[in-house]
Write a protein that binds this ligand. Structure first.
Ligand code: GDP
Length: 437
């Protein structure tokens, strides 16, 4: 999927514009519950062309405590590097600032299609003069009101037209091997783990053109099956260009997740689960990937307390994915690295499960016997039957008298019951509730 990066200094309206662009055509709404919605990217499509919008605004607010100008530059750098098309936003109500110039320098260097957006033109009859904005040297400015939506349809037409030719994506995705993305923060040991898995002899390196620029996948033979390690390029050669490695790895990770069946989230055991880990995990789940945690650097966890600390951080921060198995490993010593892959394969199987309708309904029978249901305003939820209506990840549709009665609590209860009855470790599952009396 092409990536459209929306860059610009703070407060020019990047996030508003991203939301506006994403909602023009019903954005793909991920079915997910209970995870943080703090997103920095949005999937959407326009005229049948799917793409990902990267909003650098969300990230900047996280980092707002840091020094300003260099941050802005770094972010723009990282975003532009990853993008196929750049949308550079400036504020039409206040002219060009030094920070705008800073971003413009980065944008010019990127040498990619750029759209210069003069935002906050809320009243089309009294637009500011666009002429001065030519001096930014990134082409023709166009005015827009992100708040009201003026001009956004045309902008989308032009963005889509500027995308590179479509890759033969199907070919890449559909070769029958399992795709595994190894994701995580910088320095947690992704490269080390990858190198362990790839080894020297076992590797068949294939230079498949991925959807991300210079994404290189490596196909390995593992215990008799072929596994595609998604985007090993980013891991095997370190990227020196980006000062903001954290951001870069986030964007890179997001792109890898898009192409994976299973995500192995590598966590540094000496640090525990961080907020960014949570974000990556939530994204993986949103995208319907199976999820496995690799608690790496376990060799450094040598006291009872240290161990408890890691486990506590998982309990606290991964509660929304308590079904995700974790493996204590050390990429340094080689401990349990193969196990990580075995667990990933099992998670992939769980994700591809076909549940028999009779078995699902046996669970429902058992639930009915407990009498547990939702009653509100004299209405009582009755589930008549259920069946699996989707896979990878599994989707179960429950036919019931009143879908509106279903609340988070009840859904969690159902999920626990279903998980107890089927081997679903490592895969997210989704529920739909349809009315049928
Ligand atoms: P990446 O940025 O996630 O790819 O991380 P690297 O694989 O480059 O590892 C970062 C640093 O952590 C390197 O110095 C590794 O040698 C070290 N490292 C990786 N895995 C382990 C491990 O299991 N134990 C210890 N002690 N160090 C590790």
């Amino acid at each position: 999927k092409p990536i459209v990066a929306v860059v610009g200094r703070p407060n020019v309206g990047k996030s508003t514009l991203v939301n506006r662009l994403a909602e023009r055509r019903e954005a793909i709404v991920h079915e997910s519950r209970g995870v943080t919605r703090d997103r920095s990217y949005h999937d959407t499509d326009w005229n049948g062309r799917e793409f990902t919008l990267v909003d650098t605004g969300g990230i900047e607010s996280v980092k707002s405590k840091d020094a300003f100008a260099p941050r802005i530059r770094e972010q723009a750098l990282a975003a532009c590097d990853e993008a196929d098309v750049i949308v550079f936003v400036v504020d039409g109500t206040c002219g060009i600032t030094d920070e705008d110039e800073e971003v413009a320098r980065v944008v010019r260097k990127a040498d990619k299609p750029v759209f210069l957006i003069v935002n906050k033109q809320d009243n089309p009859d009294s637009e500011s003069d666009l002429w001065p904005f030519y001096s930014l040297g990134v082409g023709e400015p166009r005015s827009i009101s992100a708040t009201h939506g003026y001009g956004t349809g045309d902008l989308l037409d032009d963005i889509v037209a500027a995308f590179p030719e479509e890759h033969e994506e199907e070919e890449v995705e559909d070769d029958g091997c399992l795709s595994v993305a190894i994701i995580g923060r910088p320095n947690v040991g992704k490269s080390s783990l990858t190198n362990r898995l790839v080894g020297k002899k076992r590797s068949i390196v294939s230079d498949v053109a991925g959807t991300t620029r210079d994404a290189i996948d490596t196909v390995i033979e593992f215990e008799g099956r072929r596994i595609r390690l998604v985007d090993t390029a980013g891991m095997r050669k370190k990227n020196q260009v980006h000062e903001d490695v954290e951001y870069y790895s986030l964007v890179r990770g997001l792109a890898a997740i898009d192409r994976a069946d299973v995500c192995v989230l590598v966590v540094d055991s000496t640090v525990g689960v961080t907020e960014q880990d949570q974000k990556l995990a939530a994204t993986a789940i949103d995208r319907g990937c199976a999820l496995v945690l690799c608690l790496n650097k376990w060799d450094l966890v040598d006291t009872e307390q240290a161990r408890d600390r890691v486990v506590a951080s998982i309990d606290r921060r991964m509660a929304f994915a308590s079904w995700a198995p974790y493996v204590n490993a050390s990429a340094l010593t080689g401990r349990a690295c193969a196990k990580v892959m075995q667990v990933a394969c099992k998670a992939a199987e769980a994700r591809a499960i076909r549940m028999r309708t009779s078995q699902i309904n046996a669970v429902l029978d058992a639930i009915r016997e407990t009498g547990h249901t939702v009653v509100r305003k004299n209405r009582r939820l009755k589930i008549n039957y259920a069946t699996q209506t989707g896979e990878r990840p599994p989707v179960i549709t429950f036919f019931c008298n009143a879908p509106d009665l279903v609340d988070d609590n009840f859904e969690r209860f159902l999920e626990n019951r279903i998980r107890a009855a089927f081997d679903l470790a490592g895969t997210p599952i989704r529920f739909k509730f349809k009315r049928k009396d």
